[in-house]
Design a protein around this ligand. Sequence first.
Ligand code: AOF
Ligand code: ZN
Length: 403
Amino acid sequence: MCQYVSVPSFIQHRHLWNPYERCKKSIQWPPILSWAGHMNISQEFMGNPYFCLVKIQEKYMSRCLQLAKNARGTAAPNPVVGCVVVHNKMVIGEGYTSPFGGPHAEVNAIRSVADKSKLPESTLYVSLEPCSHHGKTPPCSDLIISHEIPRVVIGIKDPNELVSGNGIKKLEKAGCNIKVGVLEDKCKAINRDFFMYQQHKRPYIILKWAQTIDGFMAPDPGLRKENPAPFWITNPRSRQLVHKWRTEEQAILAGTNTILEDNPSLTARQWHGKSPMRVILDQKLRIPQSYKIFDQSSPTLILTGMEKPSEKISGVKYETLDFTTDITSQVSRILWERQILSVIVEGGAKTLKSFISLGLWDEARIFTGSETLNAGIKAPHITGTIKEEYFIDADALKIIYRD
Ligand code: AOF
Ligand code: ZN
C-alpha cells in the first residue's frame, strides 16, 4: 500500500525526492489511467490516488499550480502562473508564464490549443487573475475575450495595482462567467514573494543557515586561520538543495565577514538554473577584488558606506547606504526598487541576527548537522511557526515561518 508523505513543494517536482517515483510500482492503477492519456494529463498528476475524489475545479487548478512551478526562477519579477483550457472534460491546452518579458500563462495555454474553434465552448482555468493592462505584453483578458472563451476560473485576484480586479471586471463586462477563489491559499502561497513585493513593497526574505547540534555556525575565526579549508556542517545532498534554492530566488545576500572568512561564490553550481544576483554588505570596501564574488559569473551589488569606487568591474554595481542607522530596511528598500521579489540571506551570524532582531524576515531554513563544535560562532535564535521538518540523510532541516 502506498504511503503518501508530506514533502515540501520546493523538492517535489524534480528528482531529489519524488514520492510518486517511490510508490508508483506498488500501486494498482485504476482504469482511469488510460483515460489520462486522452486527457493529456501527466502521469505524475495521475499519481495521486485521491484524484477521483477531488472536486473538478480544484483538480484543474492543481494542474495550473503544477504548471506554474515550471516558471519558478525565470518569470521573476513576474509571478509564476499556470493555465489550463478544458473542453468537454478534456484538457486541450496548457501553459505557464514564460521567462520575464515573454508571454503570460494564458497566452501560452491558448496558443497550445490545436483546434481554436473549440475555445468558444471551453473553460479556462488560471491560478492568477488574467491581466488587464499593457505591460511588456498585451492584456491576457483581451485575448480571452477575443477567443470568446465563455468561462474563466481564477485562483486568486492579482495584487498588482495595475490589475487588481480590473481583469475580472473586463471579462465580466464582456459576458464571461467568472469564478474566483479556487484553491486560493495555494495560489497565494506559490507567489508568496510576488504578494509580499506588491502588497508590502519589500522582497520576500528567506534566512538560511546551518548549525551544529550544539548550536554553532562555524569555528572561532582564530581557529579558521590555522585551518582555512572550507568548514561544512551539512552533507552534500543538503548543499545541493541549497543550490536549487538559489536558482529559485532573485537575490542572495551575505555580509563582509562571511565573504572574508569563506570566500564563497554564492552561485548555483550544483543545480540547473540561473544564479541569483549577489548582494554583499561591505561597509568599508574591505573585500579584495581577487575574491570569488568579483568573478563576474553573476551580477553583483555591493552595498557600502563608502563612496563608489571609480574603477569599474563588469557586472558589479555599488550603492551607498547609511551604516550609522539600521541597514536592513535600507537593503529591503533598495532591493524592492530594483524589482527583486525575493532574497535568500546566507549569512553570516551578524547579518542574520540583524534581520531577525527587526523581524524583517519571512522564512528561515535551518539545517542542523550531526556534529558538535563545543565552541565558535553561535547560531541565531529564532522563533516562529515550524512549517516543515524533515531529514536529508543525517541533517535535520526545519522551515520556519514568521508569526
Ligand atoms: C497574467 N498571467 O502568467 C502573469 C501575469 O509586463 P507584463 O506584460 O509581463 O505584465 C506583468 C504583470 O502581469 C505582473 O506584474 C502581474 O501583475 C501580471 N502577471 N498575469 O495574466 C501571467 N505572469
Ligand atoms: Zn497576462
